[in-house]
Design a protein around this ligand. Sequence first.
Ligand SMILES: [Zn+2]
Length: 334
Amino acid sequence: MALASEQEQPRPLPWHQPLWERLWQLEQSGRLPHALLLSGPRGVGKQVLAEALAARILCAGHAATACGECHACRMLQSGYHPDLMRIAPEEGKRQIRIDTVREINRFVAQTAQQSGYRVIVISPAEAMNVAASNALLKSLEEPGSRTLFVLLADVPSRLLPTIRSRCQQWSLSPVALDDCRAWLAGRLGSDEEACFWWQVAGGLPLLALELATPEQRALRQQLHDCFEQLVRGAEPVSEAARLDRQAVDDILWYGVAWLEDLIGFGLSGDSRRLRNPDQLPLYRQAVKNARVQDWFRLLDYAREQRRLLAVGSNPNPQLVLEAWLVRWSALLRF
Ligand SMILES: [Zn+2]
C-alpha cells in the first residue's frame, strides 16, 4: 500500500536530478522566481518535472520531493488541489484563449485556499495566442506573493518576447544514454531495447517509450516496407494510399530523422552515428542516386509541412503524403 502511493507521487526523472537540486536550493533559500519557463524538445520530460515541482511546492513536508502523506499530497493524488491550476488547450483545440487566461488572472487574485503557494502550470505555453499572452502579462508582472507560474514550451522562440523575458528559463536538452539507460531498460525489458530506442528517439527518453509501443513499431516497419517498395519502383501515390493519413505528422517525423541520418552519412560516409542504423541499406541506395543538396531540399519540405500541421493550417494530409512520397521516389529512382 505504502509502495503504491509512493509510486503515484510525482517525482523528478533520474536525468533531471542535477536541475532538481538547483531548483530545490533556490526554493530553500527563498530565491525561487515566480515564473519558470521549462523549455526543451518533446519527450525530455518537462511535464513530469513540472508535476514533481508543483507537488513539492504544495506539499507541507520538508523533504526534497513531495512526501505523499500530507493533506496536500493526498488531495493531489485524488486528482484535485484548489491551489493548483493546469492550463492546456481545450479538447480538440490548438490554442489557449484569452478566456482561459482571464480565469488564471482571477485565480491569482485570490488568496491560496490552503494558505500556501498557488501554482499555475501552462502547457504548451506556445499555444497561447497573442491576446491570451498579452492578458497573462499583468499576472506575470505582479503575481502576488507565493505564486509560481510554470510555463512549458517545446519551441520557446514561438512565445512572445515579453512573456519570455518575465520568466526564468531552464532549458532541458536531450539526455545522455548513461543518464537514462537503466530507467529505459526497466521499462522496455532489456538493455538492448533501451539503447536502440534511445538512439531512434535522439536521446529523448519519453519519446523512446512512445516509439517502442506496438502501434509505433508497426508504423515504423510499415514505413520501412514502403521505402523498400519505392526503391523497387512502386507507384508512390498508391503507396501513400496505404499509409494512415491520421499519422501524417509521425510519418514526416520519421522522414526528417531518416533524412538527417542520410545527409550525415552522405557527407561523412560514416555509418556509426546513425540514429536508425537498421535503415543503412536504404541510405546507401539513396546516396548512390541523388546529391546531398537534393536531400536537403526534401528535408526543408518535410520540416515546412510539419510546421504547417503544427499551426493548424494543414492542407489535405493525404495530398501531403502523396507529394512527400512522390518526391522521395523521384530521388530514390534517379
Ligand atoms: Zn506532502
